[in-house]
Structures are given as structure tokens and as C-alpha cells.
Design a binder for this molecule. Sequence first.
Ligand SMILES: Cc1cc2nc3c(=O)[nH]c(=O)nc-3n(C[C@H](O)[C@H](O)[C@H](O)COP(=O)(O)O)c2cc1C
Length: 255
Amino acid sequence: MEIRDYYDVIFKRRSVKKYDQTPLDEKTLEEISNQIKSLKPLYDNIKTEVKIIPLEQVETKKKQAPHYMAVFSEPKGNYLVNTGYMLQQMDLFLSGNDIGSCWQGSPRPKEDILKNSDLEFIIVMSFGKPKKSKELHREGASDFKRKPLSEISMVKDADKIVEAARLAPSAGNSQPWFFTGDENMIHAYGSKPYAVKEHKAPKVQKYNTISIGIAIYHLHVALERFGKKAEIVSDEKARTNAPENYEYVVSLKVE
Ligand SMILES: Cc1cc2nc3c(=O)[nH]c(=O)nc-3n(C[C@H](O)[C@H](O)[C@H](O)COP(=O)(O)O)c2cc1C
């Protein structure tokens, strides 16, 4: 399996929801497992673990896939942003190698798997061969149902970079992000849960925050493509200047 240029994959990936139930062969699973070992975290000081688990060890009713990967993390700092950032690397790796995948909010690993980790279970991603190969990729950016750039960004002189975040997947396609700043410093905000019942707010907040991590990974890939590097920082001024209905998450200092 190749590690393709993830930038190109951003413009064609899609969530695969219907799978061929035949498990992937051992060699492919081993290569996926090796790729998991090379995932880059956003924060080095947050312990994480990603485990591949077969369908039999997952509590799920619908949209079954032959395989899942489950993320476990130490629940500290921006750990949900970190989870989104890390596992999106797998989404792009799999899509770039013609394997379908989908972030999944409802399935959970069975108790045996949960009690085998000291870390907190965060989320799973399903993966396997798609039932129909035409459901693997999109034709191009116009095939994505996404908000226009003007609704999610006020960043100056960095449309090409923010475009990669615009196309990122998010829970329920809610696209809960907003970006401000300029080509040297991009500030990321997440929407506050609104129009949801109070008891649902923590869940919405959790998936929104993971989705911001996904979008930040897409920003990183685009910055790299254009020969730039980004460092993750916290900016107090940006925190206090959040756009209405959004809260500050992190900033990317671009070099
Ligand atoms: C954090 C997160 C949770 C998600 N949970 C589910 C889910 O439970 N079931 C599902 O079918 N899709 C789920 N999705 C996939 C989204 O529905 C999908 O990414 C979005 O509709 C955009 O479509 P695309 O990924 O094909 O571009 C989830 C995505 C994210 C990022």
C-alpha cells in the first residue's frame, strides 16, 4: 500500500457506508496496522492507542463493516481535537489506497475490548472494501455538499489552504468550524451546540470537537503541499475574539 499525497485524496474522498462483508486479507491488515503505528499526534503528551477490531467485537446494529478501528485516549487537554487529527490520517490513507472508511459515532467495542485499555474509548472508524466500487471516490470538489468558503472563513490570503478544511468530513456533515486570521496565523473555532436538547449537548460538543481536529489535519496537509509548516499554538487574543456562536479551539502558526 502506498502513502499517496494526501492533498489529492482530500478532493475525492467520501465516507463509505455500505461494505462488502469479506474481510480484507492478512497482508493488507498488517499494512494498515503498520500505518497506525506511524500516525502523528497533534500533541505528543497525550497518550493514545488505536486498535483494529473485527465486526464480532463491536456493538453495532446497522451499516456494518468487516473491520473497525477504535481510538482510546487519555482524557486531557485537547484530546478530542487530537483524536480527529490522528484518525483522519487513516481516513485519507485508506481512501488513497482504494479502501472505504467512515467515522462512526454510535458503534462501541464490546466490553472485553474496553476493559483491556486503561485509556478512555473515544470513537470508531469502520473500514473495508466498498460494496460498490463507484461509491469509493468523488469526481471532484463540486461533488461535496459543503458550506461555501465565505460562511466558514474570514482568513485573509489563504483560500487555497482553507479550502482543504472546507471539504473535511464532520459528524452529520454539520461542518462546525470557522476560521479567522491570515496566511501567517490561522485561528480555528468550533460552533457551540445549538438547537439541541440539553442532554444531547455533550455528545454534539464531543463530535464537533473531533471534527475540528479533522479539519485541522486537512489544513496541515494543504500547508505542506504549499511548502509550509504549522505549529499548533494557543492565542489568548483569538480566544477572546470568538465569532458569535463559536468558541475558540486552537491556532496554527504558519512558517
Ligand atoms: C466525528 C464523526 C462522527 C460520524 N458519525 C457517523 C455515524 O455515526 N454514522 C454515519 O453514517 N456517518 C457518520 N459520520 C460521517 C459523516 O456523516 C460524513 O463525514 C459527512 O456526512 C460528510 O460526508 P463525507 O464524509 O462523505 O464527505 C461521522 C463523521 C464524523 C467526522
